[in-house]
Write a protein that binds this ligand. Sequence first.
Ligand code: NAP
Length: 478
Amino acid sequence: MAKMWIAGEWQDSASGDTYDVINPATGELVESAPKGTREDARRAIDAAEAALGAMAESTAEQRGQWLDKMIELVQAHKPELARTLTMEQGKPVGEAANEIDHFLHGLHFYAGLASKVRGSYVPLPAKGTYGMVMKQPIGVCGGIVPWNFPITLMGTKVGPAIAAGNTIVVKPASTTPLTTLKICALLSEAGLPKGAINCITGPGGVVGEELVENPKVRRIAFTGESATGRHIGEVCGRMLKRVTLELGGSDPMIVCDDADLDRAASMASVGRYYNNGQACLAVKRLFVFDSVFEAFMDKLAPRVKRLKPADPLKPDTRTGPMHNRTQRDEIQAQVEDALGRGAQAVVGGQRLEGGDFARGNWFAPTLLTSVPDDARIVVEESFGPALPVFRVKDLDEAIEKANHTEYGLGSSIWTRNLSHAYKAADKIQAGNVWINSLHYGYDEMPFGGVKASGIGREHGPEALEYYFETKGVVIAVS
Ligand code: NAP
């Protein structure tokens, strides 16, 4: 049975309660985990607070070295960690290994940045007086993480938190705690103070809520659904607590008539069906210029047909099960709603059952056309392997439709026309625009949303800023 990682030790919940972590491919038990309580969360928060003094003694260079050491420690266990991630999350084991690599690359980025942080010197109008702007750690941080990329999204919080000299309590999604617990314990072996990194498991409404409400936690980094984010934002507002919210998306991709159609079709396929479409920055609405619509679909449809869901533990599997039954039922309902309103399923359109799919949560990779603008799959966030493709007459119509959503996370345009590319970058309401490029969260680039997709940024030096307090110091020299 898994245990929580608190104050540098494996610990059970004080209640003794546990819950089962289920394999999405087979419906079988992977392992049970502690069903944490508010008291457990407070224990972890207290441990993180107690470690602040020792963290304050560390130099920025030392924190960079700890992060480098963490990379070595995790790297040495990568195959078994990838396997555990596949068993609890459902993603193919190759994708699980990629996710761990991306996580390590993120730590590497902040390892390098830790000692490069600068404050400033400010000349002041009063004679003999000058100002200094200091960057200081905030204190205890809470990192609340969803199930779709549990490791990279934990890293986007732990990396900058530690680089800046904070301590952190991580709360993974209830359905994906196992790899996170193992990794948090490995990270803690890098030499940092006991209690600097903690991991608690259990219901979001209990242990997550305690992290958000506890006044000792000075900053919350949340990734998850917009509805949960709204609630967390409200509580943090009331508590005057720093918060960043990385929320849902409905990313548009625009294919113009001068695009490299082969490359665009390939990236649309990866962009929608990677991790079975369960990605915040997945391509969720595809707008193709009328004049190249048929030619583009002739390239995209065969790619989607080639995606064959199979056992995610097999090394050559590219598409696994969906993460849970609720997600599977949700995408099925969205697809059925579209079909019921006159959409056509060019590929797939139904869940997979019987034989190899008798257990677990399976859905056929699906490509839809003739989808009405008010269909659920267009209006809501769709979190599964189904892609609606729309005809548009020109770029203005594509941008107008792209912006017709409450979300604003990622977006892309495929064109060789610089004016088109610039116009899309300028006019699309989103935190990120990719031009002739896959929707991908680079560690070096700020990533985040506008509108209902969130507040604040992760990745890049920009994210590190959110882990510092800025202090103004005025010095008068007599
Ligand atoms: P979720 O239901 O909002 O859960 C996210 C995390 O919040 C989980 O750890 C959950 O714990 C916890 N939580 C739930 N209620 C809470 C509360 N009242 N207080 C504190 N914590 C609480 O989201 P999800 O279904 O796991 O993730 C999918 C969503 O994440 C999608 O909308 C996706 O677009 C979004 N996402 C966004 C980004 C981005 O960077 N913008 C990246 C990835 C995913 P439990 O699991 O125990 O409920």
